[in-house]
Design a protein around this ligand. Structure first.
Ligand code: PLP
Length: 487
């Protein structure tokens, strides 16, 4: 008859798993030693006996035993056989072996849990109405594969695949600096650029160098929740500023600064998140005057700069106030979110401080992807791709606007956005928003909660509907569902 621990061992070994059998035996024995089921000093069966009990080849058990002996878990006692090393410490847990196989059920140590995140778009089946993400299907995988291939060859030949500058790959910093100065009016050189893992990482890094626990950061009452979460993670106090149909209420910001020392103001001036409005020049200039007067930094999140449809994109605030603004950009919307390429443009000493933070967290970023992104910029493919998708998204914006008018025109208030990849929709009849949020998921539609856009719980909210990732059929279907859910 098999002894109980042999039974437990047998239950843990399966040829169907993707792990070599000898490694499964090794891991199972370590688990049993660690849990106390096999106390130190216990003799194990001979390799032949165990092989028979487990229905495996004897050599497999010999390999596992040898491995465990060389790691110090087992010792070979010449003629007496193989035993659990007597050098292993005992513990309360080992003195009281658990009666059954223990499943990992969580950590035994204290840690600071993250907040529950009911606000992200829920996982699950059905059509997803995102908040304005690109259609990844439009980027040919071969284009990306070729860029990686060329970049790896180039970087490898030049021995650039080593531990490197935390500001990111020099090739990409140079390409981004050229793009920002030639297309967006920023007066920058590569020394003013730090590559980040998307703009979210850029916002967090900016927060890290600007905010100490207790410092105030101002955000609009409707804003980008992950940025607020990043500020809170730095211990900052998040204070809200009113917002109207033209963007941030600068008078309210001024009042706030008079009452409260504000260290930073977070803005998405090109396409306000979530309302999509572009901040008019007079308000931009007033914000910058306040920045000079009260000494706060503006974190300018220009997350989807490339998509502006009826006119040229507006120049970023960083183009005319480089000493007041930390500029954060990204390739997520133009290429793919999965690349995780973003960038910060700021004065050199600010970039040095940010680079120090990078070196503390991931050392230096992802050189391979950065080199590939530089390749796409240098060989002109990024520009060609931008031209192509801009046209497709302009068409989809029109299709979405038509579908909105037809399906929810009577019950919704919205404007066709000048730019960005989403519409901001408010519902006119009391109770519609609540009904839509309650019923649409059961009707196969997923979208971010209206609460995810509010930095103050009582703020009246709406829904943000991305149009770029949907075909016309999907868009119409989604909006018809919204209408039905409203009742
Ligand atoms: C306003 C805004 N900021 C930042 C981000 C983060 O984008 P990423 O980190 O992929 O660049 C997003 C993503 O949707 C966004 O909407």
């Amino acid at each position: 008859m098999l002894r109980p621990w042999k039974v437990s061992l047998r239950e843990q070994i399966s040829a169907a798993r993707d792990i070599p059998i000898y490694l499964q035996i090794t891991q199972a024995l370590i688990r049993d030693i660690e849990s106390g089921r096999l106390p130190s000093g216990t003799f194990l069966p001979s390799s032949r006996e165990l092989a028979t009990a487990l229905s495996v080849n004897r050599k497999t058990v010999v390999l596992a035993y040898e491995d465990l002996i060389s790691q110090g878990w087992l010792s070979s006692e010449s003629t007496r056989g193989t035993m659990i090393s007597s050098l292993l410490p005992g513990s309360a847990r080992r003195d009281n072996p658990p009666p059954e196989i223990e499943q990992p059920s969580g950590a035994d140590y204290r840690f600071e849990a993250g907040p529950a995140r009911p606000l992200a778009i829920p996982d699950g089946k059905g059509l997803k109405l995102d908040e304005g993400t690109p259609d990844g299907r439009l980027l040919p995988p071969d284009l990306l594969a070729r860029a990686y291939r060329a970049a790896i060859q180039r970087a490898s030949r030049a021995n650039r695949l080593q531990y490197r500058d935390p500001r990111g790959a020099e090739t990409l910093r140079a390409a981004i600096a050229t793009m920002l100065s030639s297309e967006r009016g920023l007066r920058v050189t590569p020394r003013n650029i730090c590559i980040t893992r998307g703009s979210q990482n850029g916002i967090f890094l900016a927060a890290q160098i600007l905010l100490r626990p207790g410092n105030a950061v101002a955000v609009e009452e409707l804003t980008y929740e992950p940025a607020v979460a990043a500020f809170r993670a730095c211990g900052a106090e998040v204070v809200t500023v009113r917002l109207d149909r033209e963007g941030i209420d600068v008078g309210d910001l001024e009042q706030l600064c008079r009452r409260h020392p504000v260290r930073a103001v977070f803005l998405t001036p090109h396409h306000q998140f979530p309302t999509t409005v572009s901040l008019r020049p007079e308000r931009r200039l007033r914000v910058l005057d306040l920045a000079r007067q009260f000494g706060f930094a503006v974190i300018e999140d220009d997350y989807d700069h490339e998509f502006h449809f009826d006119s040229q994109p507006l120049l970023p605030m960083a183009a005319y106030a480089p000493a007041q603004v930390i500029y954060v950009g990204s390739l997520s919307k133009l290429l793919l979110p999965a690349l995780r390429i973003g960038y910060i443009a700021a004065p050199e000493e600010v970039i040095d401080a940010i680079a120090h933070r990078v070196s503390l967290t991931d050392g230096m970023g992802n050189t391979l992807t950065e080199e590939a992104a530089a390749e796409l910029i240098e060989n002109g493919e990024l520009r060609r791709h931008a031209r192509k998708v801009r046209q497709i998204y302009a068409d989809r914006r029109q299709v979405f606007a038509d579908a909105l008018a037809e399906e929810v025109g009577e019950i919704a208030d919205y404007a066709v956005p000048d730019g960005g990849l989403a519409f901001w929709v408010r519902f006119l009849r009391p109770g519609d928003l609540a009904r839509i949020e309650a019923h649409a998921p059961d009707m196969g539609l997923r979208f971010a909660s209206s609460r995810s856009f509010t930095s103050k719980p009582e703020t009246e909210s709406g829904l943000r509907f991305g149009f770029a990732s949907l075909t016309s059929h999907e868009a119409r279907h989604a909006l018809r569902t919204i209408r039905k859910a409203a009742g």
